[in-house]
Design a binder for this molecule. Structure first.
Ligand SMILES: [Zn+2]
Length: 191
């Protein structure tokens, strides 16, 4: 399957709002190929040359429904640290199936710049408050085992964004329409 900015479905497509289903585990060959292709997308998308050549929009994550497949598969790849040449020295790669958040902190956090999404082309300015810390129960497709994964801050926000896609939820659904920039008094701003 080819994933690029033309094959990723956008929010004018009602399919994006459907709930995704668990996949049978261990994953079949077809589901593994999909997951791997999704991870390749996010990896290549942040390389300006490849992005240009292959028509990729930069992203830190993608979920299967975004290519029209209602399966609970997500690929997240975040460069946490890079050296002075811009080469990554610490990368988090999460290739998960059937993931579910089992714990959320009361403490909220939001990204100063707001969120973006491969399936959303219009601007939706506003703050999206999410849990600062989460624990996810997921099937790790890389190691073929169930894991409980703890995350906080930016990573936790990215995970919550991707797992929302399993429920047909988009980031701007969380923006308060009456006061888009409103946040809790003690919410942590991540810039
Ligand atoms: Zn998204």
């Amino acid at each position: 399957m080819l994933i690029n900015n033309d094959t990723i479905i956008k929010d004018d497509n009602p399919l994006l709002r459907t709930k995704s289903n668990d996949i049978p585990l261990p994953a079949c060959k077809q589901d593994m190929e999909l997951a791997t292709t999704m991870m390749t997308y996010v990896k290549e998308s942040i390389d300006p040359k490849l992005a240009e050549e292959k028509n990729l929009r930069p992203a830190v994550g993608i979920s299967a429904i975004q290519v029209g497949i209602p399966k609970k598969i997500t690929a997240i790849r975040i460069v946490m640290e890079e050296d002075e040449n811009g080469d990554p020295t610490d990368v988090v790669e999460l290739l998960w199936a059937n993931a579910k958040i089992i714990k959320r902190s009361v403490q909220k956090a939001y990204l100063d710049m707001g969120e973006g999404c491969l399936s959303v082309t219009d601007e939706h300015p506003g703050h999206i408050q999410r849990a600062m810390r989460i624990t996810v129960h997921a099937y790790d497709l890389t190691t073929d085992q169930w894991i409980d994964y703890k995350a906080s801050g930016y990573l936790a926000i990215c995970i919550q964004h991707e797992l929302d896609h399993f429920n047909g939820v988009l980031f701007y659904d969380h923006i308060n329409p009456n006061d888009p920039m409103a946040v809790d008094e003690n919410a942590i701003c991540i810039s």
